[in-house]
Design a protein around this ligand. Structure first.
Ligand code: NDP
Ligand code: A1CAB
Length: 268
């Protein structure tokens, strides 16, 4: 990736996660990154965290100076970006990470077909992201490979049909928040049972990490791994029965479904 310059339109949570991830993975130097934000302090904060990252005076400056332009604004701010950058992105690879906004709308608004729609997630910041992406008609196989390489440097990356991206958003895009809620609740349970808070949160987070590693590393069905924890008449089955009784499984399915529908709504 040497020599590739990448600019973020919007310097919020997800731009920060990706910028840190790219630099930590040594895929891009901070000096090859630029960010612009209507509140310059947001981009300046990112520059202070990643010395060498440049703060651009405007979105147009990024569009003219960077090879890859990452649209990292809320979906609701995208029409303002169309107004500013539409027709000014010739020769640039545009990457949108906005939830719900289709490739067709992006291409129409930006007046370019060289667009890749990505759904990343914030654990990219620590190299443990989960992303999926889809290419517009004008994005080349090389463009797809470049985006795949960027995303793979900060976690896993899957090229998918665009029609799957709302579901990806509902699962892995929003999913870190579900898992933080679960970790917080597990920690509360530990505190209720008498554990000190720091120990309880550390045990809860490591348990989620270890369980996830078991699924990914061993490739076993999560139900099989669950059964291996539950001894007959033991502690785990007592806990599992309570989770089933409270509808946790259905609640998680409904959460992904609701977030998927919201992603589709945001694109309308
Ligand atoms: N956060 C997450 O976990 C994930 C987010 N996403 C997607 O990433 C995108 C960004 O989300 P997130 O980082 O959370 O949002 P943030 O609100 O944290 O960041 C967006 C930034 O863009 C700025 N901004 C607003 N309008 C413009 C504009 N016209 N030009 C340049 N910058 C602008 C905002 O400024 P101001 O606050 O002043 O409006 C803000 O600083 C969204 O589309 C979201 O769907 C995707 C996956 C995960
Ligand atoms: O909550 C949101 O809309 C964004 C998209 C995925 C994660 N955060």
């Amino acid at each position: 990736m040497a020599g590739t310059t990448l600019g973020f339109i919007g310097a919020g949570q997800m731009a920060r996660a990706l910028a840190h991830g790219f630099v930590s993975a040594k895929l891009l130097d901070a000096s090859s990154l630029t960010a612009a934000d209507p509140v310059p302090a947001a981009a300046e904060k990112l520059a202070s965290e990643l010395p060498g990252l440049k703060v651009a005076a405007s979105n147009v400056a990024i569009a003219s100076s960077c090879d890859v332009v990452v649209l990292a604004v809320k979906p609701q701010a995208m029409s303002a970006v169309y107004q500013e950058l539409g027709g000014k992105l010739a020769g640039k690879l545009v990457v949108s990470i906005a939830a719900g906004i289709s490739l067709a709308k992006l291409c129409e608004g930006l007046k370019t077909q060289r667009v890749v729609r990505v759904m990343p997630n914030t654990p990219a910041l620590v190299g443990k992201g989960a992303s999926a992406y889809a290419l517009a008609a004008g994005a080349t196989a090389e463009d797809g490979a470049l985006v795949g390489k960027l995303l793979a440097a900060v976690g896993t990356a899957h090229q998918v049909d665009e029609k799957l991206l709302d579901a990806v958003t509902g699962l892995s895009g929003s999913g870190p928040a579900y898992v933080y809620l679960i970790i917080e609740a597990l920690s509360d349970g530990g505190v209720k049972a008498g554990l000190p808070r720091n120990l309880s949160t550390a045990l809860a987070a490591q348990t989620v990490l270890g369980a996830a590693e078991m699924v990914l590393a061993r490739g076993e069905h999560p139900g099989v791994l669950k059964d291996a924890v539950a001894s007959p008449g033991g502690t785990t089955i007592a806990g599992l029965a309570t989770l089933e009784d409270r509808g946790v499984r259905g609640a998680l399915i409904a959460a992904v479904d609701a977030a998927t529908k919201r992603s589709a709504e945001l694109g309308k």
